[in-house]
Structure formats: C-alpha cells, structure tokens
Design a protein around this ligand. Structure first.
Ligand SMILES: [Zn+2]
Length: 489
C-alpha cells in the first residue's frame, strides 16, 4: 500500500507530500486562551490536530507535539487596542488573573481527556516564557524591524516585504481599510510585540523589560514558545482558519525577519464549527461547551464522531439532532463490534489485516479525510465475509486513530422471558430493567401476537407504536420468537 501522507498546506494552497525535516516531527498547535471555557468549535480543531498526530505516529514517525497555554497578552481586539482577555475575565469573575488561568486550564485539560485527545508532549505557558519573548523582540530590534510608540514596541511590517504573501492579503486594500483606529502605528498591519502597562491602571500581570514595564503581544508568545521546543523549520504548525490573516501571518513575520530562515514547512488550518446563526464564538455569546453536552447525558465521544462527519477544511454545522444521531451511530458501532469480537483473538496475519484496512488508511493519508475514513470503518462492520479475528485486529488499529472506545459496547443480556404457543418472547437489554417494566413489555408483546393471530392489525399496530414510545425495539425472529430490545439503565 502507498504509505505516503499528503497534507493541504495553507502556505502553498495545495496538497503536498509530507516529509519530515528532522528525526522527530515537530508539531506546534496554537492552544487555548484560558480566560473562559473552550467551546466545542475550539475542540473541533484539537480533534483534527490529534488525528494528524495519531496518523503521523501510525506511519512510524516520532512526534514532538507542543500546545501552548495563553495566559497573558491576548487582547479582545486584533488591532492591539482593546483589553487583555485574561484581565477582563478576572474582573468578570472577581478573581485574580492567576486563579482564572489555573481554573480554565484545568477545565480545558479535563475536556481534552473527555474527548480522548492525546496529551501534548509539552504544554508551555506564556507566563513561564517571558524572557524567551523578550529575547525574540531584542533580535528584531537589532535587525531594525521595530519601533516605539507611547504604548508599546511595534513590528514595522514594511520591513518584511513578503508580509502579505501567506494570507494573500492585498496591500492596497489594507491601506484603504485603515480607517480603524491606528493609534500611533505607522502601518495598518503593524502589530505590538510588547505593550506597556497603562499608567493609570494597575495590571495584575506585568514584567520588567528593556523597554519598560508591561506584557508581551499574543503573536510573539507562539513564535518564542514554538522555537524553544521545536527545531526550525518546524514541520507542521496548526490552528483554526481565523488565525491565518493575523496571528499566523505575524508569527511568520517575526520569526523570519529575525532569523532570515523559513519558520514552518506545513501550515494546516481547521475550519469553523458553525451554528445556524454563524460561526460559534465566545464574543457572539451562546456558545456550546463540552460540559453542556455532558450535562445532557451525551457521551463526549459522540461529539468526536460528529466532528468526523465533515472534512477538517469544510465548515460543519452543529445541531443537537446531529449530535444525537452521532451518539446513536456510536452506540450502534460499539454494539455491532462487540457482537463480532467478543471472545475473539485478533489475527496476527498482518497482510490480511492490511488488505481490510486499505480504504481506511488511504482516506487518512489523503489529507485526513475523516468522512471517508469513517465510511471505511462502516464498510468493514457491514462486510460479513471478513473473519472476526481479522476484523478485531482492524478495529484495534482503527481505534488507535479514531479514539472512540470502539470496544466499549455493553453486552446484551436477557432480562425476562416468557414461553407461549405463538413463540417465545424475550426482553434483552445492555442495562438493568425493572421487573415491572419487563413484565409490561412481555404482556404487550403477547397481546400484539394474539392481535395479529386474530388479524386485528389495527390493534397490533397500536401496540407496536406504544412499545416504540417506550423505546422498545420489537424484532420478530425467523424462528417465530420475538426479541424486545430496551435500553435500560
Ligand atoms: Zn498561536
């Protein structure tokens, strides 16, 4: 099988063959700003990044995965005005900035684990890397790229001639659009590297620097932390598509203007999760958290399966109905897999297993096509000609990528049964069912059998509908018996 991984590179705007630059693949992903809960749209990006990492590992690469925690300097406005999101979060909740950061970092980690997203090798915090950021700014200053205003040290984007290339920005249009509050900036695209603490307000987080007391800009954080832990050029840098125009464009400008070397080989960007009203964003309010999904009793991994229904470069519309149907699919998958593999040893016949997995791997290696990869899994489940032992080995490999707990299905057991002339009736469930309910189901099914025997089809249908309303699935078996499947507790 062709084990070549093709990834869509935002920098070249095409799919390219991925080849690592170093012994270990360097993977940097922009992490959360820990001033509030992450929403499920944010997690869509972390899920796609985790699929990428697991795919790289499956190809035998070593991977060093770094995800930063932004706990200072991310302003509410991309124009370097606005407030620090962290300080604002602290005011909102009447807590210290440090408490806010600790609380939401812990919440974020909890959700990452709920979703079976693998841990990064390093989770660097911005506030632990202020010196590295100062060093980056100094290097830019020595290259004559920076200038000072009354509120900070800025990057002069005219000193980096390829500034507009990455995002395909039109410099003419940027000038025309510069009605936005420029302050003392020389050019609309210039951005803050270091912001001075305001004279009249006492910030909770501030540090000394060669330029005065203050705090770093958000973009310099990622440049400094990515290069502290990974070799340049970094193999792959990921984030949401909203980072292309400003955050990643600025990261490239900073690193390449300071080092005169390529910063990153592959840039991968995940599309938005959208609500009917538009992009899911904290600023727009009404965002959905993973805790909300958990509160409704929905398995967080159902959200993961839901996210696989669209390619990571395609917008995906969130709906509760869509999520519910993903949960049904997940439960179905698990119970079918359990039925096929319970007590079965996985095959050691690597060749046969690989043949079964062909479509699954091809889908992944073609720019992480998850809808196709998921469809390939269903094909295997539905194919009755494949040996169970081979299926089991295939599912193990698939679950090492999808991380959906595919073997977590619960075994069905008979909770009540009755014998009668017209065929036996069994009530089966994966959970506990009270005797009262089990007996009620049996008597309704018995009544339905009788009604059918007497050709009273209207009554039989009514009973079937009543059972359906009780979430009982009635299956008439070929041997004349009837099986009633009920979820139970
Ligand atoms: Zn970043």
């Amino acid at each position: 099988m062709n084990k070549k991984l093709y990834l869509y590179n935002t920098a070249s705007r095409k799919k390219e063959l991925f080849e690592p630059q170093h012994d270990e693949v360097g993977l940097y992903c922009c992490g959360p700003t820990v001033y509030n809960y992450a929403h499920v749209g944010n997690f869509r990006t972390y899920i796609f990044e985790d699929i990428l990492k697991r795919t790289l590992l499956s190809l035998g690469h070593k991977v060093k995965h770094v995800v930063n925690i932004t706990d200072v300097g991310h302003l509410t406005s991309d124009a370097d005005s606005g407030e620090d999101k962290m300080e604002k979060g602290a005011q909102r909740e009447g807590k210290s900035v440090w408490d806010i950061a600790a609380f939401y970092t812990e919440k974020f980690m909890e959700n990452i684990h709920d979703l079976h997203i693998s841990d990064a090798d390093v989770w660097p915090k911005a506030t632990d890397h202020i010196q590295e950021m100062i060093d980056c700014i100094k290097a830019l200053e020595e290259n004559g790229i920076t200038y000072r205003t009354s509120d900070g040290i800025y990057f002069d984007t005219t000193k980096f001639p390829t500034y507009c290339d990455f995002a395909g920005l039109d410099p003419e249009n940027l000038e025309a659009g510069s009605r936005v509050d420029m302050g003392e900036k020389k050019n609309p695209t210039d951005f803050a590297l270091w912001k001075f603490s305001p004279k009249d307000v006492k910030r909770q987080m501030e540090w000394d620097s060669p330029w005065g007391k203050g705090f770093p800009g958000w973009h310099i954080e990622c440049s400094a932390m990515s290069l502290k832990y990974l070799k340049q050029p970094i193999d792959i840098h990921c984030g949401g598509i909203d980072h292309i125009r400003i955050h990643h464009t600025n990261e490239i400008a900073q690193v390449e203007a300071a080092s005169n070397k390529q910063y990153v080989r592959f840039w991968l960007h995940g599309e938005f999760l959208v609500l009917d009203k538009g992009k899911m964003a904290k600023s727009a309010g009404g965002f959905i958290t993973l805790d909300k999904i958990k509160e409704k009793g929905i398995d967080p991994l159902a959200y993961k399966l839901f996210s696989y229904s669209a390619h990571y470069r395609t917008p995906l519309t969130f709906s509760w109905e869509g999520l519910q149907s993903a949960e049904n699919s997940l439960n179905n998958l698990r119970s079918l897999i359990l039925k096929e593999t319970v007590g079965v040893q996985e095959s050691k016949d690597a060749k046969s297993v690989e043949a079964v997995l062909q479509d699954f791997w091809q889908a992944l290696y073609d720019d992480l096509n998850m809808p196709k990869a998921t469809a390939a899994l269903w094909e295997i489940v539905r194919n009755t000609t494949i040996e169970p032992s081979i299926k089991k080995a295939a599912y193990l490999q698939i679950d090492s990528i999808l991380a959906l707990d595919l073997f977590a299905g619960k075994q069905e057991k008979v909770v009540a049964a009755s014998s009668m002339d017209g065929g036996d009736v069994r009530v089966v469930s994966t959970g506990d069912v009270s005797d009262e309910i089990a007996q009620e189901i049996i008597s309704m099914v018995t009544e339905r059998k009788l009604a059918r025997k007497n050709k009273d089809f209207a009554l039989a249908d009514t009973l079937r509908d009543k059972l359906k309303a009780m979430q009982v699935e009635v299956k008439d078996m070929p041997d004349g018996s009837t099986e009633c499947v009920v979820a139970g507790k």
